[in-house]
Design a protein around this ligand. Structure first.
Ligand SMILES: NC(=O)c1ccc[n+]([C@@H]2O[C@H](COP(=O)([O-])OP(=O)(O)OC[C@H]3O[C@@H](n4cnc5c(N)ncnc54)[C@H](OP(=O)(O)O)[C@@H]3O)[C@@H](O)[C@H]2O)c1
Length: 283
C-alpha cells in the first residue's frame, strides 16, 4: 500500500503545524468505528476533524485509545456549537468536548458558525465574548490553536477590532464548485490558515466531465484529483468517508502533481454553489 509516512503540515501563527490532510467525521452519512481505526492504524491519518454537533466525540475517543496511536502524534480539531456561545458556556463546552474525546488538550478549537443568539447581545458582541473564552482557553493551554468556521471577511474584520488573538485558522466550504478566492486571499494576507471542508462537494463533483477527464489522464480517481487540487492550492483538506477502501484512496494524493493548466481548469469550475449551507442566512 503506497501510503505516505507523514503528510506535509501547514504552520499556524500559534506555532503549531497542522497536517494538510485530515479525516472528516461529520454525522452526515454516519460513523464507522472500523473505518476510523483503519485510518489511524493503516493509512497514517493523524488529523481528525470533528465537532460537538456531530455527536461522535466519545466514539472517536474510544477509537483513538483502541488504535494505540499516541496522543502527541495526533491532531484533533473539534468545534463549539452556537448553542454554547457566551463566555461561561463556551468554556464549559470545550472542557466537556475534551472529556468526551478523552484528551486533556485540543489541537484546534473552532467557533462552528458566525451566527449568534445570546439574548440582549448583538451577533458581533456575542462573537467577541465567545472568542474571549477561546482566547483564555488558548492562554491556559487547553486549546493549542483556536479558530473559526464559516466566517466571512466582515466577521473576521470585526473580530480583529474586538479581540487580541487573530484566529489561527478559518474552516470554510471549499471544492471545485465553491472556491471563495477573495476570502482565501484575505486569510493569507492576515496570517489565517484556510481550512477547506467538503472537498468532494459531498460526492457531487466526482462525475463532472473535467474531473473525469483529468482522472483518466493522471491514472487517478476523481476523488484523488479533487483532494490533490485542494492541497495543491495550499488548503488544509478533510475529506470524509465511512469506507476503509475510500479512506485509503483519499490518502494516496502525494505521488503526483497536477499541471498548472489542469489546476486552472479545475479552478474554472467555480460557480459559487454551496453543498451545505445558504450564506444568505449567515448574519
Ligand atoms: N465547519 C463546518 O461547518 C463543516 C461543514 C461540513 C463539513 N465539515 C467537515 O468537513 C468534512 C468533509 O465534508 P463532508 O463530509 O460534508 O463532504 P465530502 O468530504 O466532500 O464528501 C463526503 C462524501 O463523499 C463520499 N466519498 C468519500 N470518499 C469518496 C471516494 N473516494 N469516492 C467516492 N465517494 C467518496 C462519502 O461517502 P462514504 O462515506 O460512503 O464513502 C460522503 O458521502 C466533514 O466530515 C466535516 O468534518 C465541516
Amino acid at each position: 500500500m503506497d501510503i505516505p509516512i507523514d503528510f506535509p503540515t501547514v504552520p499556524l501563527s500559534s506555532g503549531h503545524n497542522i497536517p494538510i490532510l485530515g479525516l472528516g467525521m461529520s454525522h452526515h452519512g454516519g460513523y464507522s468505528h472500523n473505518a476510523l481505526l483503519h485510518a489511524l492504524r493503516s493509512c497514517n491519518i493523524r488529523h481528525i476533524d470533528t465537532a460537538k454537533r456531530y455527536g461522535n466525540e466519545e466514539l472517536i475517543g474510544k477509537a483513538i485509545s483502541e488504535s494505540g496511536v499516541k496522543r502527541e502524534d495526533l491532531w484533533i480539531t473539534t468545534k463549539l456549537w452556537p448553542g454554547d456561545y457566551g463566555y461561561e458556556n463556551a468554556t464549559q463546552a470545550c472542557l466537556d468536548s475534551c472529556k468526551r474525546l478523552g484528551v486533556d488538550y485540543l489541537d484546534l478549537y473552532l467557533m462552528h458558525w458566525p451566527d449568534v443568539q445570546i439574548p440582549g447581545k448583538s451577533s458581533r458582541e456575542g462573537r467577541a465574548e465567545t472568542w474571549k473564552a477561546l482566547e483564555d482557553l488558548y492562554y491556559r493551554g487547553v486549546c493549542r490553536s483556536i479558530g473559526v468556521s464559516n466566517f466571512l471577511i466582515h466577521h473576521l474584520e470585526q473580530l480583529k477590532e474586538n479581540c487580541d488573538v487573530v484566529p489561527h485558522l478559518n474552516q470554510v466550504e471549499y471544492h471545485p464548485f465553491q472556491r471563495p478566492q477573495e476570502l482565501v486571499d484575505y486569510c493569507n494576507r492576515n496570517n489565517i490558515v484556510f481550512g477547506g471542508y467538503c472537498p468532494l462537494a459531498k460526492g457531487q463533483v466526482l462525475t463532472h466531465p473535467v474531473i473525469l477527464r483529468l482522472a483518466k489522464q493522471y491514472g487517478k480517481t476523481p476523488a484523488q484529483i479533487c483532494i490533490r487540487w485542494s492541497i495543491q492550492n495550499g488548503i488544509v483538506t478533510i475529506p470524509k468517508s465511512t469506507k476503509e477502501s475510500r479512506i485509503q484512496e483519499n490518502c494516496q494524493v502525494l505521488d503526483f502533481i497536477l499541471g498548472d493548466d489542469d489546476v486552472f481548469s479545475i479552478n474554472s469550475l467555480h460557480d459559487g454553489r454551496h453543498v451545505t449551507w445558504d450564506p444568505s442566512n449567515v448574519l
